[in-house]
Design a protein around this ligand. Structure first.
Ligand SMILES: [Zn+2]
Length: 326
């Protein structure tokens, strides 16, 4: 998911201890939501404000997140390894936007970018953020064979070859590439801890703290394997501009580290406190999409076999339709 707030909306509210500076960002306007069948709507007394606007966009054909079925994903031997080049110096700040917390990057040039994999261009890193649950039983947006993880990291990049800004790329075809990484409970993660230690400084909505010299590649699993599919943002405006790259291997984090995510608040200073948890969108239908994998498996179809089977099925459907019309 992605947020379109402008840096111009920031105003300095107070200085924190040490060198870090805490800012406040004025609330941005609510965006329309196309979430027709919000499955966790009934689970909560009220929806998060992000999802409360009138539904104005009909459901699309390539919405995210999805459940990835190992057996239905298709091995594509032509998929290249993903190349990740992040410059820690391009890291700017960390902020609580009232739905999750984000770490944003300087993106006027290709300082931090990805290329290769399923991508034909360079995609610049704009920001990364997480989704998580109230408890460890759920929290991720994507699932694998219906397995839910307690949290999911999204690294959001935009196509700097085809578009001139992130805001432009968000609305366009092949505009964005998002790397998704599942978090599971296990060993303490020293890279994540750098973020966790800053969270108390951005407990309330609209708080922002300077955060520099951070290399987010430390949050990625060492295994290069991934799935890729064509999808959408998972928050409004839900545009279908995203090439998703979901890493196969989760990364381990300590339970106490994830618990620190849950001390953040959806609410601003002075408002009745609402814990920042369950900030994920429910699963969306796969429809007529293929999920490709960069790695082979004995259960996996080869991409050529999939294409043949798919075209056979399509021609069967066409002839069936023809029969009905006659
Ligand atoms: Zn996201």
């Amino acid at each position: 998911m992605v947020f379109l707030a402008s840096k111009k909306a920031m105003s300095l509210v107070r200085l924190s201890q040490g060198l870090r500076v805490v800012w406040s960002r004025r609330p941005t306007s609510l965006r329309p939501c196309s979430l027709v069948t919000c499955s966790h709507k009934n689970r909560y007394a009220s929806l998060h404000p992000l999802w409360q606007s009138p539904i104005t966009i009909p459901g699309g054909s390539r919405q995210s997140p999805i459940n990835i079925q190992w057996r239905d994903s298709v091995y594509d031997p032509h998929l290249k390894p993903l190349e990740i080049r992040y410059d820690p110096a391009s890291c700017l700040h960390m902020w609580n936007n009232g739905y999750c917390f984000l770490v944003e990057f300087e993106d006027s040039t290709d300082k931090s970018f990805i290329t290769g994999g399923p991508l034909e261009n360079n995609y610049r890193l704009k920001q990364f953020h997480f989704h998580w649950g109230a408890i460890n039983d759920w929290g991720s947006e994507h699932t694998v064979d219906c397995k839910v993880f307690p949290a999911e990291l999204h690294l959001v990049h935009w196509n700097s070859c085809k578009y001139s800004s992130f805001e432009e790329a968000v609305m366009e075809d092949n505009g964005l590439a998002v790397i998704g990484v599942f978090l599971k409970i296990g060993a303490f993660h020293s890279g994540l801890q750098e973020l966790v230690e800053v969270l108390p400084s951005i407990k309330h909505k609209d708080m922002l703290v300077e955060f520099d010299e951070f290399d987010p590649s430390c949050l990625l699993p060492s295994c290069p394997d991934y799935w890729t599919y064509a999808g959408s943002l998972t928050t409004p405006p839900l545009t279908e501009s995203v090439t998703w790259i979901i890493k196969k291997k989760p990364v381990e984090v300590d339970e106490d580290q994830l618990e620190m995510f849950r001390m953040l608040l959806f609410t601003s200073l002075g408002e009745e406190e609402k814990k920042m948890v369950d900030n994920f969108r429910p699963l969306q239908p796969l429809m007529d999409r293929m999920v490709r994998s960069s790695f082979p498996s004995q259960h996996r179809l080869n991409i050529e076999a999939w294409s043949e089977e798919h075209s056979q099925r399509a021609s069967q459907q066409r002839s069936l339709k023809g029969t009905v019309h006659l």
